[in-house]
Design a protein around this ligand. Structure first.
Ligand SMILES: C[S@@+](CC[C@H](N)C(=O)[O-])C[C@H]1O[C@@H](n2cnc3c(N)ncnc32)[C@H](O)[C@@H]1O
Length: 291
């Protein structure tokens, strides 16, 4: 009973969010930038549950894999090179050396993987933007990578390079990619500090970049600075968890106002930044959505 009341309330709140988001979405849909139009269409279709049978079939396979991971009994050693909790206040030295522990694959998959709504939104963005070269920071067990790679597979072009610091988590991600037969994906095991530069070099020019690891103010800005020179003339960067901590909010605000960023779409949970020299007037779209 409690559950159904909650689901009903969430549906109503989502409807309200959707209603309020309408004019901002219209602004995206009617924008002269094809990339902003594509992002607007992806958001609109996600909110209206519009999806083709072909796309849905691949999404079902990914969600089957997620379900298998969620019911896994396996425990693995992990090393966390991230920021831990929002208020953990770890130093860069502590994050750099990593914190070792053991965790169940089920718990890792539940707590760290992007929920279906957000992963499907990203899938739609990749389907519409048709990028050639994608890079992801933070593979985890491979759910968001599988969404991006499946979209590329359906596009019939493009490849994904994704970095994961924890070796055993990376092994599970490789199983995800193999299980779904995503030959367009390379999982790179190592910390972002160790692996980012070479990955950027081999993936340039990068059209689509998903930053979903190391939710720390300084780290986010550092990886952004390192990435910008390797981006294509027009590129989309998605930053996850922009409201996760004070530091993440501050870093996102700096990125939003960075001169090299032509337009941003703030969905509260994720932030999308467009790099495009053709847009001379900065545009900021605010469309807060629920998880
Ligand atoms: C939130 S999870 C990624 C979830 C994944 N993108 C998805 O939605 O399916 C973040 C991942 O980044 C990895 N990570 C965090 N900081 C890192 C760093 N500095 N170097 C390498 N990996 C890191 C963690 O081990 C974790 O698996």
């Amino acid at each position: 009973m409690k559950k159904s009341v909650k689901a009903f309330a969430k549906q109503k709140v989502n409807w309200l969010f959707h209603y309020r988001a309408k004019s901002s979405i219209k602004g995206l849909l009617t924008h002269e930038s094809l990339e902003l139009q594509a992002i607007g269409k992806a958001i609109d279709e996600s909110l209206n549950n519009l999806i083709s049978d072909e796309d849905q079939s691949l999404i079902n396979s990914i969600e089957d894999r997620r379900s298998a991971l969620l019911s896994s009994k396996e425990e693995i050693p992990i090393i966390d090179f991230g920021a831990g909790k929002p208020d953990a206040g770890l130093t860069s030295v502590e994050m750099g050396s990593g914190i070792e522990s053991h965790e169940s694959v089920a718990k890792i998959s539940k707590l760290r993987s992007k929920p279906a709504f957000w992963a499907q939104l990203m899938f739609k963005i990749v389907r519409k933007l048709q990028p050639e070269s994608c890079v992801e920071l933070g593979t985890c067990v491979g759910i968001s990578a599988a969404y991006q790679a499946s979209a590329l597979k359906l596009n019939g072009k493009g490849h994904l390079k994704t970095i994961e610091g924890s070796p055993e988590i990376s092994r599970i991600a490789q199983e995800t990619v193999d299980n779904l037969e995503l030959e367009n994906t390379e999982i790179i095991t190592g910390t972002f500090s160790e692996k980012l530069r070479d990955t950027l070099e081999s993936a340039k020019p990068i059209d689509f970049f998903f930053n979903d690891g190391h939710h720390d103010h300084d780290a986010l800005l550092k990886y952004f600075e390192e990435t910008v020179p390797y981006l294509a003339r027009k590129a989309v960067i998605i930053f996850d968890d922009i409201s996760w901590s004070k530091g993440m909010k501050k870093a996102w605000s700096k990125i939003k106002n960075d001169q090299r960023v032509a337009a941003t779409v703030d969905l509260k949970n994720i932030g999308i930044a467009l790099i495009d020299n053709n847009i001379t007037k900065k545009e900021q779209f605010n469309i807060p959505l629920l998880d």
